[in-house]
Design a protein around this ligand. Structure first.
Ligand SMILES: *Cc1c(COP(=O)(O)O)cnc(C)c1O
Length: 371
């Protein structure tokens, strides 16, 4: 078998994930369960490695967005219960085959699942009900409650394992009133539902910033995504967390441009003085936004910032190393701290989530830690 040596890698620090998990647990009551959100390759990192690690470290639940993501976890041997946040009717049989648990958020999904559950002669299959409390994305209305109960009464095939909703602006201090209203709505509708059921589903509402900002919104379980990967909703909170993903590469080539020489596509950079540049083998196809080109973003070489010059290419980017003693083959850090990810996010007019999830699957993932 050919052995490839990756040049550009996304390193994933499992010890940092564990640190972050413990940090969030310290914010929770001891009985509050933790669901780890590992959708989108665990926010662009590595869903299988992180899910296995979290299973060993005793999180209670996992969530993915789509059925295929859940199937990948099962094929890798992950046994924790997996909530599929956005299951799709055509994949319901696959969910059952892989013991994945659907979010039922509408009569369309509920009725379709009951039908297929009956066909499979299931009993008490774990499912989850989602209510819309203001995000207006997926979820039943509270007015649907009595009709949902009707359906449940004659369907012993399924069990409501949990009831949940999602906050629309939990990170936003100026939306406290709106968020508190979502918490109240959730509290009221689950109280009503509870009265009609002879068992108690797990109640959950908060994502990472909900956990940090609203102790009254924790209920029985919290859903942690970005926080596990090192990002809180303020720089202070982030400083309590450890960075998980680091993107690294090496210098492919050095060029010296004389004054007046252009660089890269569309000749977007023209040297105003003698300029030494390094070519780095990571480009927009790897998830480095073109908006970081033309001096907006930078990378680090030997701990010094080197501005990205000209346009980011598909497979490469070009940086200014005029002041940095370095040579071909030397290491390059694209990001290895939350600060750099946040800086890239700000400069390319997005959020940390998009920087992480955007790192393409072409970049090999390298797992470290797990002590
Ligand atoms: C993605 C997602 C989360 C995780 O949110 P973070 O802000 O990353 O903690 C929680 N709940 C739902 C429904 C989600 O889609």
């Amino acid at each position: 078998m050919t052995k490839l040596s990756p040049v550009s890698v996304l390193e994933i620090d499992l010890d940092a994930v564990l640190h972050n998990l413990h940090y969030f647990k310290s914010k929770l009551q001891t009985h509050t369960k933790v669901l780890a959100v590992v959708k989108a390759f665990s926010y662009g990192l590595d869903a299988v490695a992180i899910a296995r690690f979290l299973e060993k470290n005793k999180v209670d639940y996992l969530a993915v967005a789509y059925a295929a993501e859940g199937v990948a976890l099962r094929k890798a041997g992950v046994q924790l219960p997996v909530l599929v946040l956005h299951p799709q009717v055509p994949n319901f049989q696959t969910l059952i085959d892989y013991q994945l648990e659907p979010n039922l958020y509408s009569f369309y999904t509920l009725d379709a699942f009951v039908k297929i559950a009956k066909k499979n002669h299931l009993k008490d299959y774990p499912t989850h009900l989602k209510f819309n409390t203001g995000l207006n994305r997926l979820g039943f209305k509270k007015e649907d409650l009595s009709q949902i109960l009707e359906v449940l009464k004659d369907s012993a095939c399924l069990k409501i394992q949990s009831v949940f909703s999602h906050l629309a602006a939990s990170e936003d201090a100026s939306e406290k009133e709106f968020t508190k209203n979502q918490i109240d709505q959730f509290s009221n509708l689950t109280t009503q539902l509870q009265k009609q059921l002879d068992y108690r589903p797990i109640l959950h509402l908060s994502n990472t910033s909900g956990v940090l900002n609203y102790a009254e919104g924790h209920f029985d379980m919290v859903r942690l995504g970005i926080g596990l990967y090192g990002f809180g909703n303020t720089p202070e909170e982030t400083s309590n967390l450890k960075n998980v993903g680091s993107l690294k590469s090496i210098i492919s080539q050095i060029h010296v441009l004389e004054k007046g020489t252009s660089l890269g596509y569309n000749r977007a950079f023209v040297a105003v003085k003698t300029t030494r540049t390094a070519t780095i083998p990571v480009g927009h196809a790897d998830g480095i936004s073109r908006s970081l080109g033309n001096g907006v973003g930078s990378v680090q070489i030997h701990h010094q910032k080197c501005a990205i010059l000209g346009n980011v290419c598909m497979d490469m980017l070009l940086v200014d190393v005029t002041e940095v003693p370095c040579k071909e083959g030397d290491p390059v850090v694209l990001f290895d701290s939350q600060e750099t990810v946040e800086e890239w996010a700000e400069k390319s007019n997005t959020i940390s989530y998009e920087i992480l999830t955007g790192i393409s699957q072409r970049i090999p993932r390298k797992i470290k830690g797990d002590s």
